[in-house]
Design a protein around this ligand. Structure first.
Ligand SMILES: [Zn+2]
Length: 374
């Protein structure tokens, strides 16, 4: 994929590393690495890898404003949840590990993109915005660029941001930037694998759906990316994610290219989708989010009716107004996955007091509960 890429340094003249060595006191690098040589295919050690990440940061700073994300920012808090939920694969600088991830950097930019190299991860402001807008669909063709009033109140937005960061963190976990000078074919393989491994990082947290990795690729279609030798096509990247969700579910969840789903061979509701709303998200966003979470529940063998829980969404997501929406989850003592937020009040109200939209949303909640096996 083009907009979520790691920085490639293979076969470039790296004499600038001398400056980087001087600019980063305390970092030890081997002498000959600092010599002006052409980088050949091979491995970097942890110090060399970190230096190449710092050099990437310096390069970006020459043309743009790049600042470390604030500790209370949504993006940093999402990165932190992913790192802390995956201690076997990820860590910040804790003094115990040779390699670590730094708190991410935000680059002011009008183009959506993210990069990772060693400990350094950069995400552009436009990439964050891309995650915050709803996907264009036939139901709301004139409102493609709705920005959610409060991103924290929307599961889709936080999960989309998580998928961008999870992809970059997967490059770190896979040590992709310790390698230099790979072939185009190998770079494409690493990109597809970073999506899959990123989905596994997200799987550890209740609020992030593996489906969001596919959704972000779908959103990228608004941007006119040209073909690249080092990145899969947008279609291949999207399909790779959808296929992996099917695999997670043991082939019990199927998703077509339009985001219509079948669960255990049965089309979901009437047309395979949850209808979109300007606030909750488009059909594809809501449906594929759900599909990813169902697949995760099936993978963890908790897809049972006894584990179905619906509560007032405000109880778990304080940014959602009390008494307005229902959060539907699968919960066991050791596992939790949100299935979605629905625009109907949790507390009992007779159907006669619900709007047509609320009645539809309630019917989706009931449908989900009824489709879950005992
Ligand atoms: Zn990548």
């Amino acid at each position: 994929m083009l907009n979520i890429k790691k920085n490639h340094l293979g076969k470039r003249i790296i004499s600038l590393v001398i400056l980087a060595c001087m600019a980063v006191p305390g970092v030890t690098v081997v002498e000959d690495f600092c010599a002006p040589v052409i980088a050949e295919a091979g491995h970097r050690n942890a110090d060399e890898e970190r230096l190449s990440g710092q050099r990437m940061l310096e390069e970006h700073r020459q043309g743009s404003s790049v600042k470390r994300a604030k500790k209370d920012s949504l993006e940093y808090r999402i990165q932190k949840t992913l790192v802390e939920a995956n201690p076997d694969k990820l860590n910040f600088d804790d003094g115990k590990h040779e390699r670590w991830v730094d708190p991410l950097y935000i680059q002011i930019d009008t183009w959506p993109n993210a990069w990772s190299n060693g400990s350094t991860i950069i995400m552009t402001t436009e990439e964050v915005r891309l995650c915050s807008i709803r996907l264009l669909d036939e139901e709301h063709p004139y409102r493609p660029f709705v920005i959610r009033k409060d991103p924290e109140a929307n599961l889709g937005v936080t999960s989309d941001i998580a998928s961008v960061l999870a992809h970059e963190l997967a490059h770190f976990a896979n040590k992709d930037t310790m390698l230099t000078g790979q072939s185009h074919k190998e770079n494409i393989r690493e990109e597809l694998q970073a999506d899959i491994d990123g989905m596994e990082l997200m799987d550890k947290l209740p609020q992030y759906s593996p489906g969001s990795m596919a959704i972000v690729h779908m959103k990228e279609r608004w941007y006119d990316y040209g073909p690249s030798l080092d990145y899969p096509s947008n279609y291949d990247a999207t399909r790779n994610c959808l296929d992996y969700i099917e695999k997670m579910s043991g082939n019990k969840v199927a998703i077509d290219d339009y985001g219509r789903i079948k669960v255990n061979g049965a089309l979901f509701m009437d047309d395979g989708t949850i209808h979109g709303t300007p606030e909750e998200g488009s059909r594809q966003e809501r449906t594929i989010y759900l599909a990813g979470q169902i697949a995760s529940c099936m993978k963890h063998k908790v897809w049972h009716k006894a584990n179905f829980v619906s509560i007032d969404a405000h109880e778990i997501i304080p940014a959602i107004e009390k008494g307005t929406k229902t959060l539907v989850s699968i919960v066991t003592p050791t596992y939790m996955k949100y299935l979605g937020v629905f625009d109907c009040p949790y507390y009992y109200k007779p159907d006669s007091e619900l709007t047509e939209h609320e009645l539809y949303e309630k019917s989706v909640v009931n449908y989900i509960e009824n489709m879950i096996p005992e």
